[in-house]
Design a protein around this ligand. Structure first.
Ligand code: NDP
Length: 336
């Protein structure tokens, strides 16, 4: 059983010493348990937070502990009621080939799921994050302007496409011309700006002539500072993530933006609300999401892009790439 464990807490960006591959015996399930073999491992920005001992909404991974992660796994043997060999599960097994489960915290995907890896992305946590954050907190109305960064990733791409379905004008922000072209041409956003451009803030202002009504916050940093002067009265800002700052060890360089942020919120009467997806909304909303998203995918109203990486040993570098924007689409590791 290969496992990737946390070797050292990173200072700043994680590197070759942060995670370590180790090999051990395949675990043996006891009474009432089942053995799961990982097929796909999801890589997500929150994993950077789990490497850190800083206070957060979730407990960090211990040094020497297996890295946290959602997987799609196949049941190899089962003594668990309601689960049989050959079934596929969505399970919190972490970064390893095999894990034992007692059937709690897993979702049975059946024995022949279509696109099983999608339950790690568009039909799972990132898709639901986009749906709930945009619709419940962002409250987009037809004709309004919605802006979202990390626009080619699983959350941002979904936010923008749902906002289009709701009749909004949608502006994406992404890193580089290839991602921006995808966001406009394949995902159907009205415009997409490269946040690495020198004149990023001017370009953003030019494509938002009527200001911004909903800013779905995924990244923080320079993107947030470009958005602030464009926010309209009563704008909404679901605060979902701040990936530009996840590797910081102290305050960012440059001027203190605190006064600018708070005075914009005050003067423009902006609604700012943070959320953590699985404890901020009622479970009934998840069911509504699953039904609606399945329909949109079947009708071709939502496009979905994955980046599949081969082999568990490739997972650490793939996660570091994701944190720096060197992914293109939802990052998934094909483990076995
Ligand atoms: P992505 O797959 O989109 O990956 C992160 C992307 O962030 C990168 O590809 C990169 O895209 C962008 N990025 C990285 N650094 C910067 C930077 N300095 N400035 C601007 N963009 C940057 O991630 P997800 O779709 O999975 O997640 C998006 C956000 O949502 C994250 O912040 C994540 O933590 C958050 N999230 C929050 C949840 C919650 O419950 N609150 C649940 C799920 C996700 P590019 O190259 O285009 O810049």
């Amino acid at each position: 059983n290969r496992q990737i464990v946390l070797a050292k807490r990173p200072e700043g960006a994680p590197d070759g010493e942060t995670l370590r591959l180790q090999t051990g015996d395949i675990p043996k399930p006891g009474g009432g348990e089942m053995l799961l073999r990982t097929v796909y491992l999801s890589l997500d920005p929150y994993m950077r937070g789990r490497m850190s001992a800083a206070k957060s909404y979730a407990t960090p991974v211990e040094i020497g502990g297996v890295m946290t992660g959602q997987v799609v796994a196949e049941v190899m043997q089962s003594d668990c009621d309601g689960f049989k060999a050959g079934d596929f599960m969505l399970a919190p097994s972490g970064w390893q080939d095999y894990a034992v489960s007692d059937g709690t915290q897993v979702l049975n995907l059946g024995n022949e799921p279509q696109n099983p890896s999608w339950s790690l992305g568009i039909l799972g946590m990132p898709g639901y994050t986009a749906y709930a954050g945009l619709l419940q907190i962002g409250e987009p109305k037809p004709g309004e302007t919605v802006v979202v960064a990390a626009a080619s990733g699983p959350v941002g791409a979904t936010v923008g496409q749902i906002a289009k379905i709701k009749g909004c004008r949608v502006v994406g922000i992404a890193g580089g011309p290839e991602k921006c072209a995808h966001v406009v041409e394949t995902l159907g956003f009205d415009a997409c700006i490269d946040h690495r451009a020198e004149d990023f803030a001017d370009q953003l202002a030019a494509v938002c002539p009527e200001g911004i009504d909903v800013y779905f916050e995924n990244v923080g940093g320079k993107v947030l500072y470009g958005v602030l002067p464009l926010l309209n009265p009563f704008a909404r800002m679901p605060v979902c993530g701040m990936v530009a700052w996840y590797n910081l060890t102290g305050l960012p360089d440059g001027p203190d933006h605190g006064p600018q942020i708070l005075s914009t919120i005050l003067r423009m009467k902006v609604k700012v609300q943070g959320f953590i997806i699985f404890d901020s909304f009622p479970i009934s909303l998840y069911q509504e999401f699953a039904r609606e998203m399945t329909g949109w995918l079947e009708d071709g109203k939502i496009q979905y892009k994955e980046q599949m990486v081969d082999g568990l040993e490739a997972a650490p570098d793939a996660l570091y790439d994701l944190l720096e924007g060197r992914n293109f689409g939802k990052m998934v590791v094909k483990v076995g």
